[in-house]
Design a binder for this molecule. Structure first.
Ligand code: FBP
Length: 558
């Protein structure tokens, strides 16, 4: 059953906020026309992707322009919507925008939510979404209106089941609000339904706090702005404590399954002593030992000037970027996928661990055995339904503290270190995913949803909603769509080659990383802490409407 939410004073005020639409959408979906660009290609593995997506590969990029559009208003339609994957601030506003976009073309258009994520499609669990439902959720965080889930639709039976549900509900379209894996699912479903000659349009909306679903047309995924602001508030508060007490080293792990975008953005906002970037670790082939040695050296250097404190930011995906750990995780993924039944049969964790280690190549088995028990156990936990290792459950910050402490003890013994290393570890992840969306995310998500309605009404199946020009005011944003296949490549998942949307990682030759590289030495020794405080919803636009530093650097506004 869908719960009714309790309403706080802030919630009351946020319900009154009316997101500002991009000018092109302002007159409603019946007044925008799609303009087709050039044919597209996948990011890699062209032939393999083309063979899988026979019907939806190569479609052109689309931009919307003002103009009468008879197609969009022809008949009343029914659209399904699903929230898929991890929560991200603004999900409710995508649905709000989608509903209003659909209604702008025809008041009789209907929107139905699938409950609990993609499993709601398989189990046919639905709820009608109308103005009354939306009224309580405008500009709120969370996905609780219809909830979310990580079920992957992958077997032929599941695809057939999804089709049966859609047809049973007489739906003309389905909007998938999700990250890279969920939108991969959307692309596969769009292709399947086309091959089956089912006239159902599948549209994706780019969601994920991780910020790794992007390219020139998807400048940001929604939720990144709010989540990084929330983490920056928390880390900034810790920095103020550090600056006041001057006695602890804080090791703070931040969410972001693979890419280090969140950590870099929070780094810009709070300017801590160390910001580890997974992509750099991989590019420089840094070993775990090198990372630990660098941290220990900094602790020693700072202690020499009386600074036995500091703040270190660690992306949760770091563990997968350290080359030897990357090989270990890849090998573990295969062993776990290939021996699922046998592994599930073991009664104790020790039996399971022994078995898994026995299947690893010798060098990786040795590495596994050298890790603290808690970490090796976390590495063996079940993969998510998409085959990803659950990095949010791996306490890399504790691993680093343990290894740096060990190194410092050695240095102390050798008379090279006299300081004090008192540590506190933190993990900020779930704290940021359901926060009240910032003005930016409230506007962006509403526009993405409204724009998705335009794609649906133009029957552009297999497209991802694209709203860009994001460093400008929302009224100046540009709207359109890109084919999902354009973002795909082949990757190994659950021991097999699969088509997936390629994650956009931090580019070491990109403007954000270059800007960080210029200042990090200064941040390391001279405390340049910043205390951004909580997200502001009311007040001067210079505070309430500011976009991320990442976007500003990428679009050269800084
Ligand atoms: P999405 O890719 O689905 O947006 O999820 C992102 C994320 O929040 C990661 O940052 C994190 O590693 C993961 O979800 C945690 O997953 P779960 O919610 O299943 O614990």
């Amino acid at each position: 059953m869908v719960q009714k939410c309790n309403v706080s004073e802030l919630h009351q005020e946020r319900l009154k906020f009316q997101p500002v639409l991009p000018a092109v959408l302002k007159k409603g979906v019946a007044n925008v026309k799609p303009v087709l660009g050039k044919a597209t290609k996948s990011v890699a593995d062209f032939d393999k992707i083309k063979a899988i997506f026979e019907k939806t590969y190569g479609m052109p990029v689309v931009s919307f322009q003002a103009g009468k559009n008879a197609v969009a208003v022809k008949k009343a339609i029914k659209v399904g919507v699903v929230l898929s994957g991890g929560q991200a601030p603004g999900g409710h506003n995508v649905i709000f925008g989608l509903l209003e976009g659909l209604k702008s073309a025809n008041k009789k258009n209907k929107l139905v939510g699938f409950l609990g994520g993609p499993s709601g499609i398989l189990d046919n669990k639905t709820m009608e979404i109308n103005d009354k439902v939306i009224a309580n959720y405008k500009n709120t965080g969370g996905f609780d209106m219809i909830q979310s889930g990580r079920t992957k639709i992958e077997t032929p039976e599941q695809f057939a089941q999804a089709k049966a549900t859609i047809l049973k509900n007489k739906m003309d379209a389905l909007v998938f609000i999700g990250g890279d894996d969920s939108n991969t699912n959307a692309a596969l479903l769009a292709e399947y339904l086309k091959k089956e000659n089912a006239n159902v349009c599948v549209i994706g909306v780019p969601k994920t706090i991780d910020g790794d679903l992007k390219n020139e047309h998807i400048e940001a995924s929604f939720g990144f702005d709010t989540a990084t602001k929330i983490y920056a508030e928390l880390v900034g508060n810790i920095e103020r404590d550090v600056n006041s007490a001057r006695k602890y080293w804080h090791f703070i792990r931040l969410m972001g399954r693979s890419a280090s975008h969140i950590t870099l953005e929070v780094g810009f906002k709070v300017q801590p002593n160390v910001v580890l970037i997974g992509e750099e670790v991989l590019a420089k082939k840094m070993t775990l030992k090198q990372i630990v040695d660098n941290l220990a050296n900094l602790v020693v250097k700072r202690s020499k000037i009386g600074k036995n404190y500091g703040v270190v930011l660690i992306p949760e995906g770091l563990i997968e970027f350290i080359p030897e750990m990357k090989s270990l995780i890849a090998s573990l993924n295969d062993v776990i996928a290939e021996n699922e039944k046998e592994i599930n049969g073991f009664q104790t964790a020790i039996e399971k661990s022994k078995f898994i280690i026995s299947k690893l190549p010798k060098n990786l088995a040795t590495l596994m055995e050298s890790l603290p028990m808690s970490i090796s156990a976390q590495l063996m936990l079940d993969r998510d339904p998409h085959g990803n290792v659950q990095v949010s459950l791996i306490e890399t910050e504790k691993l680093l503290i343990e290894m740096v402490s060990k190194k410092l003890k050695e240095l102390k013994k050798a008379g090279k270190y006299k300081g004090k290393f008192s540590t506190i570890n933190h993990f900020f992840g779930y704290e940021g995913r359901c926060g009240v969306p910032s003005n930016f995310d409230a506007n962006y998500t509403y526009a993405l949803g409204y724009n998705a309605a335009a794609l649906v009404l133009n029957n552009m199946s297999g497209y991802l909603s694209s709203v860009k020009n994001l460093v400008k005011k929302s009224s100046e944003w540009k709207c359109g769509g890109i084919p999902l296949t354009m973002m795909m490549n082949i990757e190994r998942r659950k021991g097999k080659e699969k088509p997936v949307i390629q994650k956009a990682l931090v580019k070491l030759n990109g403007a954000p990383f270059k800007a960080f590289a210029k200042v990090r030495q200064d941040w390391a020794m001279n405390d340049r802490y910043m205390f951004p405080g909580p997200i502001q919803f009311f007040g001067p636009a210079s505070v309430t409407d500011i976009t991320t530093k990442t976007l500003q650097y990428e679009q050269k506004k800084k």
